[in-house]
Write a protein that binds this ligand. Structure first.
Ligand code: MG
Length: 269
């Protein structure tokens, strides 16, 4: 018995010693040897990120952005249904939705990008729930009649509606993490990071879409994985597509039309 106890003590002591040695010498369980490691071992000097000149403030387009609207004209946009020149109104540096003219979309198509877009609900807005300042940013448009992935635009300042349909929601898929909506008559800002879905040659989904969105500087979507295209009725599902335009919604509700300004995008490659 005495011998057995001694054995246990010896084994325990050697285990303790080994542990102490491991801690002191920096031998980690993952196998790295911190004792001999040098700071230079973990320094990367390539690839050097490209130089981008930032805007004068964080709302202004940086040097590598594609300007989609700078207050002057709709040259970067077409009517979604027939690709004819966009017929929304431009005045005083602002685009205002022409509801009877339907959705407009970018002439260019995109995959992954960073988008900045500002929007304003008129101060005299009327209506309630979804019929109050409704529009939307389709992050990738797949059909002219609201096909694609909609980041909802709505007056959500003291306007109750279903929460997965309020401003900052991914329509009927993801409730925004907060409601930072400003009053009608004030400009609202979306900054969005869009990762487009990727499809296999047979049309099946390879990787889903993800979206991160800040609304007036507040995180409302945090790398949300989309379940498919956003749908008014029924469950979301994917259908194969390639690079796609960004589309703005002319919603059919009778409330006063909203406006957009300062729209730019940075392609991520
Ligand atoms: Mg909408």
């Amino acid at each position: 018995m005495r011998i057995q106890i001694s054995k246990v003590v010896v084994i325990s002591l050697s285990f303790l010693a080994t542990s102490l040695y491991g801690q002191q010498s920096g031998v980690s369980q993952s196998g790295g040897n911190q004792a001999t490691a040098k700071p230079e071992d973990t320094e990367l000097w390539q690839p050097v990120p490209k130089v981008v000149t930032p805007g004068t403030d964080c709302n202004a387009a940086p040097s590598d952005a594609i300007i989609l609207f700078d207050g002057k004209n709709l040259d970067e946009w077409v009517s979604a249904k027939d690709k004819s020149p966009a017929k929304w109104m431009v005045a005083d540096g602002v685009i205002t939705v022409n509801k009877s003219a339907g959705n407009i979309e970018t002439k260019r198509s995109f995959r992954d990008y960073q988008l900045h877009i500002e929007w304003k609900v008129p101060e005299n807005i009327t209506g309630s729930s979804q019929a109050r300042g409704n529009s939307g940013v389709f992050l990738a448009a797949t059909a002219s009649e609201d096909g694609g992935y909609e980041l909802q635009v709505l007056d959500s300042y003291k306007n109750q509606t279903y929460v997965n349909g309020m401003a900052g929601s991914i329509y009927k898929q993801s409730i925004p993490l907060a409601n930072p909506t400003r009053k009608p008559g004030e400009w609202q800002i979306y900054d969005v990071v869009w990762t487009a879905p990727v499809f296999n040659p047979d049309g099946s989904l390879k990787t889903p879409a993800y979206v991160t969105a800040l609304f007036n500087g507040v995180l409302v979507q945090n790398h949300f994985q989309l379940k498919g295209e956003t749908r008014y009725i029924g469950q979301p599902y994917y259908k194969s597509h390639g690079p796609a335009p960004i589309m703005l919604q002319a919603h059919g509700d009778p409330s006063q039309p909203i406006s957009f300004r300062n729209i730019w995008v940075r392609e991520l490659k």
